[in-house]
Design a protein around this ligand. Structure first.
Ligand SMILES: [Zn+2]
Length: 136
């Protein structure tokens, strides 16, 4: 059985290798679904306590809210962000099986821990956003 817990936050990013408008700094209302899987316990009736999932992921989401993904990832595509989030929360959630990350209402990525090129999650440079004006 699978349980799904949703999270939402707003953040900025720019795609430095993209030829088009996503090269420029812009923002999204991100939505994340965290999928955990297991067999319901015969006594508690639960696979995992929903609060356990919330406690494992909420600190990260609070840190990301109103931040810039280029501070943590060199090329923060949705694909890179979902892998980065997986690596941050998987150690806290042994029952994690899938993450779904929405960048817009129509577009999302699904990640199940597959191998990816190391370059995908190359670290970013905090505060260095050549296309941002520095205005708050
Ligand atoms: Zn974007």
């Amino acid at each position: 059985m699978q349980l799904v817990v949703s999270f939402a936050w707003s953040a900025a990013h720019r795609l430095p290798r993209y030829m088009g408008r996503c090269y420029r700094m812009h923002g999204h209302d991100y939505r994340l679904e965290v999928v955990v899987q297991g067999v319901p316990d015969g006594r508690t009736g639960m696979v995992v306590d929903f609060h356990e999932v919330q406690d494992a992921v909420s600190p990260l989401v609070q840190r990301l809210d109103h931040s810039c993904f280029n501070d943590v990832l060199e090329n923060p595509t949705a694909e890179a962000i979902v892998v980065w989030i997986w690596r941050a929360v998987a150690p806290e959630l042994s029952s994690l099986v899938e993450l779904r990350l929405w960048e817009t209402a129509d577009c999302h990525v699904v990640y199940r821990g597959e191998d990816v090129p190391d370059a995908l999650v190359a670290p970013g440079a905090p505060g260095e956003h050549p296309d941002s004006s520095g205005e708050e």
